[in-house]
Design a protein around this ligand. Structure first.
Ligand SMILES: [Zn+2]
Length: 176
């Protein structure tokens, strides 16, 4: 007796399965509370077209965690927050994190880029939700303005980029 024929998946079903398997658990970048952002805070990162961002308010010194697993530190830039707010530049240190699927996170206004061990975040390091990648910078002369600006650039454009950063804003807090 032969085995019953194996049903073939239609292409749409295969794509559906792939989509489901690509769903990534996200994480809020700070241990809480979720003070902001509000959906109305959505803005495009200055100097980085296509990077859709929200401002995650938190006191200076708050640990900043990677928003998902499987990210690579692809670029470190910015300037020492001790130099203050420099006209025409973004305040503080910047970190770029890239996923294997090509999604780039840009985080800025950081006071330092130190791991929980105190060692500096190295370029090329693989980070995930367990990793502290730095700390919120103390906004000069305006402590209540301290925040992590985090934006997403998505290979499929604006819509999934906005969806991703808004999902990060709703995501669970890291558990230190
Ligand atoms: Zn911002």
């Amino acid at each position: 007796m032969g085995l019953p024929p194996v049903p073939r998946l239609r292409q749409s079903e295969v794509v559906g399965v792939v989509r489901i398997s690509r769903t990534v658990p996200l994480q809020y970048p700070h241990p809480g509370p979720r003070t902001r952002p509000l959906p109305s805070d959505l803005h495009e990162t200055a100097g980085l077209p296509g990077n859709w961002a929200l401002d995650f308010m938190a006191p200076g010194g708050t640990p900043v965690y990677a928003p998902q697993d499987g990210l690579t530190v692809t670029r470190l830039s910015g300037h020492d927050p001790a130099e203050g707010v420099i006209e025409g530049d973004i305040f503080g240190w910047n970190v770029y994190l890239r996923s294997d699927a090509g999604v780039t996170y840009f985080l800025t206004h950081m006071g330092d880029r130190r791991l929980s061990t105190g060692l500096p975040l190295p370029l090329g390091m693989k980070v995930g939700r367990r990793n502290v990648i730095g700390h919120v910078g103390h906004w000069p002369d305006d402590p209540g303005r301290s925040h992590t600006h985090m934006g997403v650039t998505h290979p499929m454009g604006r819509k999934p980029a906005v969806a991703r950063i808004e999902a990060v804003a709703r995501a669970p807090f890291p558990r230190p």
